[in-house]
Design a protein around this ligand. Structure first.
Ligand SMILES: Cc1cc2nc3c(=O)[nH]c(=O)nc-3n(C[C@H](O)[C@H](O)[C@H](O)COP(=O)(O)OP(=O)(O)OC[C@H]3O[C@@H](n4cnc5c(N)ncnc54)[C@H](O)[C@@H]3O)c2cc1C
Length: 408
């Protein structure tokens, strides 16, 4: 286990500064334009690919940093640049993690390179779980995958929604029901290869924030994929389903959800994105408060403004510490006995919402216009309390973990 320290090591600082440079020089200057265009910023993704930020290798390197701080540090810097563009850069990772977590070595080797493409032809990938009637309540998912044994093919039907990169992805990872009796235990994940007939993009959403990130419905109509596209393979699925049926028959024991542990480990990364946006807005507000003069002095001379900045910075630092703790726990295999991953996501995302609103207030009328970036950051920040589990769901998870009670 890595020795505990509150400081980044030299190598981490070097990576952080390099990412910060990319965020400051490439992402931030492009932010307003792509927010207005509400389109995927392909040229910026390509730039990220050129310098080595858009690849599985880069994220794997950060992930395997033995302190656990590689991923949160990277997320904070990229999202400090701009949340919408950064999500376009890291969104593919969500699908890639789905394959890494459940796929065979062959599936990982075949599909992950196709998710990213190459420098001259960058691609994106999408992870499609949410449905119109299954958001927080994942167990009520309706998309079905039925096995056609004669052809060794799976046939998928259903509608997915809110998919980041949905419809424009080269590779889609789709979660579907294979055994409706088993609730979320009866779900499995499938690769939908490029240009598979039957998969189409439905509505593209016009959003409040992170508008440079494409979000759309994905419609699946008799989508046929080879048996090899079932992540993990049929044998493993059959074993897993048999175990779940056995437990269901025994009736009593609430099945511990392995997915919960995965969420605890992945939620700090979303917390780190929120810290990045909050820090960006705080920095703009601090500069502004020091230079804007009213009543013959900088507005920061008023405690009413200075104390807001003090609170903003305190919350941001507290959020980062929760994120770092949970990330450190994840890499060191510590059990999340108090749902520390959910705690970090809850606190950091609520902090981002609050801090960006305070930043708008400190900039006064200018904060309310698109001439200054805090207006965009405030819109962007609202996503953090919604996706990857809403704040209410985080509280539910924390409360259930603490109490052991099935709180509703
Ligand atoms: C921009 C964006 C990108 C996204 N990207 C993806 C993606 O790539 N892939 C993907 O699969 N999904 C994605 N999502 C979906 C996202 O994860 C869901 O929106 C989220 O899980 C909430 O589901 P919902 O929108 O259906 O809200 P609902 O579940 O309908 O919730 C509505 C409200 O009710 C509250 N609520 C619900 N249940 C409870 C309860 N038991 N107790 C208390 N309060 C409750 C919620 O907290 C929320 O405030 C994305 C969403 C957005 C907006």
């Amino acid at each position: 286990m890595a020795e505990f320290t509150m400081e980044l090591n030299d190598e981490q600082k070097e990576v952080r500064d390099w990412l910060h440079g990319f965020a400051a020089d490439v992402i931030r200057p492009a932010a307003a334009e792509w927010d207005e265009r509400e389109e995927t910023p392909w040229p910026v993704i390509q730039e990220a690919a050129k310098v080595g930020i858009y690849s599985l290798d880069f994220y794997a390197q950060q992930y395997f940093d033995s302190t656990g701080l590689g991923i949160p540090m990277a997320m904070e810097e990229l999202f400090w640049g701009d949340a919408g563009i950064a999500l376009s850069i890291v969104g593919t990772g969500l699908a890639a993690v789905g394959v890494l977590a459940n796929g065979t070595e062959e599936q990982i080797g075949t599909w992950i390179p196709q998710m990213y493409g190459d420098v001259n032809d960058v691609k994106v990938a999408a992870f499609c779980s949410s449905e119109p009637d299954a958001g927080s309540d994942v167990a009520s998912m309706r998309t079905r995958a039925v096995y056609d044994e004669a052809k060794d093919e799976w046939v998928l039907n259903g509608t997915k929604t809110w998919a980041t990169n949905g419809g424009i992805a080269n590779v889609h990872v789709v979660v579907a029901v294979v055994d409706a009796e088993l609730g979320s235990k009866g779900h499995a994940s499938f690769i939908i290869p490029p240009n598979t007939p039957g998969l189409s993009q439905g509505q593209k959403f016009k959003k409040h924030g992170i508008r440079a990130s494409h979000t759309a419905e994905v419609v699946l109509e008799n989508v046929r994929v080879p048996g090899s596209c079932l992540l993990g393979g049929k044998e493993k699925l059959d074993e897993r389903l048999a175990r779940a049926r056995e437990r269901a028959k025994q009736g009593g024991e609430r099945v511990k959800n392995a997915a919960m542990a995965t969420f605890e480990a992945s939620r700090p990364a979303v917390g780190a994105m929120a810290v990045g946006t909050a820090r960006a807005a705080y920095e703009v507000a601090l500069d502004y408060a020091k230079t804007r003069e009213q009543f013959g002095r900088p507005i920061i001379d008023n405690q009413g403004v200075a104390f807001q900045l003090a609170d903003m910075r305190t919350s941001i630092d507290a959020a980062r510490l929760l994120v770092w703790r949970a990330s450190w726990m994840a890499i060191n295999g510590k059990p999340f006995t108090a749902a520390e991953g959910s705690m970090s996501k809850l606190f950091a995302s609520e902090t981002a919402k609050k801090v960006t609103a305070q930043a708008v207030q400190i900039l006064g009328g200018n904060g309310y216009t698109r001439e200054y970036p805090v207006e965009r950051m405030h819109r962007d920040a609202a996503i953090y309390t919604i996706f990857e589990g809403t704040s209410e769901i985080q509280r539910l998870v924390i409360a259930r973990t603490l109490s052991g009670m099935p709180i509703r």
